[in-house]
Design a protein around this ligand. Structure first.
Ligand SMILES: *Cc1c(COP(=O)(O)O)cnc(C)c1O
Length: 401
């Protein structure tokens, strides 16, 4: 007799660390924007593993690239160059207009590199007092102590202090940034759209004002493009909507299409801030993750996924605004950029209940900032798939009203 199939959700509940809150669903397979659980139930994926699965699931080009690279060379470390990594670095510079790339394995690590680069830059110039960073309330930059210090949300910070070195001011408030400046400030760290904070796009002109402030005070403007990068907002970087460049920025999430990879991109003015030996990563820039990222970028370019994200993002925003009007007792509005969009729920609705009901109907979304029902679908999503998800959202909101 075959042994009984273990109840995987039960195993997870008993043996995984309890820092997450999973429902008892185990996913086993995905294709395009569809996922299947262990019971064979089908789901529409409108969250892409938190804005990661750029090409959806099991995209043939990504599967081929990862399989071929696994059969050639998986790991080497940064003691030597490897082919896919060097090609990826050039490509990221071309796409971003930046000059140098440091590779790591996550968004947190990419921000950590950005923060270390900022401090080390001024240290190298003999300005050791320049250590403080200005960041924003409701920002999210990651979970290591450095990235967490920059994160402006008590829910992530409480219990981990002291987390010094960062001043948080309201997002969008240039005067507050100006007031927080001082001789000890090294840089300003900002997301072009606050993702985890509830999908809040930077107000018009905000990034440009920060760029001027940074230039005037000879400090660095640092970008967290972990959620906005790689085409999600309709351009390669979120800051490109504002026609500015960061001195250094963090990429991760969508870059590997599901294979872990992070990157810190910087301009030539800070390219010597981290000299040999001052920073590094064992896995960073490994051939497997680099080959995956190259495959993702191949498809993003060949299938015009950035234009697609811009076009479908406009469509999604229109439809969400209609839903906001229709369900005005439950929803206060819609906001976002490209395929990073949200319905903003009123206090009377618990986003987790909405998500649970959608999940029951086979539609997967996430919540952000405590009130935003967040849409971060794979960039390959079709209008018909979006429509299917929106119909479910319409029904669930109607039932809860
Ligand atoms: C997800 C995210 C991070 C953290 O990335 P990890 O890969 O989870 O470490 C940092 N900044 C932003 C804006 C993010 O969305």
């Amino acid at each position: 007799m075959a042994p009984p199939t273990p109840d995987l959700a039960d195993l997870g509940k008993r043996h995984l660390y309890g820092n997450y809150r999973q429902p008892p669903i185990v996913f086993v397979r995905g294709e395009g924007c569809r996922l299947w659980d262990a019971d064979g139930k089908e789901y529409l994926d409108l969250f892409a593993g938190i804005a990661v699965s750029t090409l959806g699931h099991s995209h043939p080009a990504l599967v081929r690239a990862v399989s071929e690279q696994a059969g050639k060379l998986l790991h080497l470390s940064n003691y030597y160059y490897n082919e896919p990594n060097v090609l990826l670095a050039r490509r990221l510079c071309d796409l971003s207009g930046m000059d140098r790339v440091f590779f790591c394995n996550s968004g947190t690590e990419a921000n950590e590199a950005v923060l270390k680069l900022a401090r080390r830059h001024f240290f190298g110039q003999g300005k050791k007092e320049k250590q403080r960073i200005i960041a924003f309330e409701k920002s999210f930059h990651g979970r290591t102590l450095g990235a967490l210090a920059a994160t402006g949300q008590p829910g992530y910070r409480d219990g981990f202090g002291p987390l010094p070195g960062v001043t948080h001011v309201p997002y969008g408030d240039v005067d507050a940034v100006r007031a927080a400046l001082g001789e000890d400030v090294a840089g300003i760290l900002v997301e072009p759209v606050q993702g985890e904070g509830g999908v809040v796009p930077a107000p018009d002109g905000f990034l440009r004002s920060l760029r001027s402030l940074a230039d005037d005070h000879q400090i660095l403007l640092l970008g967290d493009e972990v959620q906005t990068g790689v085409g999600r907002t309709g351009k390669f970087l979120g800051c490109m909507h504002d026609d500015i460049q960061f001195d250094a920025l963090a990429l991760a999430k969508a870059l590997g299409g599901g294979v872990p990879i992070g990157a810190m991109l910087c301009r030539a003015n800070v390219q010597d801030a981290l000299p040999p030996g001052s920073h590094g990563s064992t896995f960073g820039g490994n051939p497997l993750a680099s080959a995956a990222a190259n495959a993702v970028l191949d498809v993003v370019e060949s299938d015009n996924l950035m234009e697609h994200a811009a076009r479908l993002g406009t469509y999604l925003a229109e439809r969400l605004n209609e839903l906001a009007k229709k369900h005005s007792t439950a929803v206060s509005g819609a906001r976002g950029r490209g395929l990073l969009q949200a319905l903003v729920l009123k206090d009377s609705l618990d986003p987790r209940e909405v998500l649970g009901n959608l999940c029951d109907r086979g539609v997967l979304l996430t919540a952000a900032g405590g009130c935003a029902l967040r849409f971060t679908p794979p960039l390959v999503i079709t209008q018909a798939e979006l429509d299917q998800g929106l119909t479910a959202v319409d029904q669930v909101l109607g039932e809860l009203a």
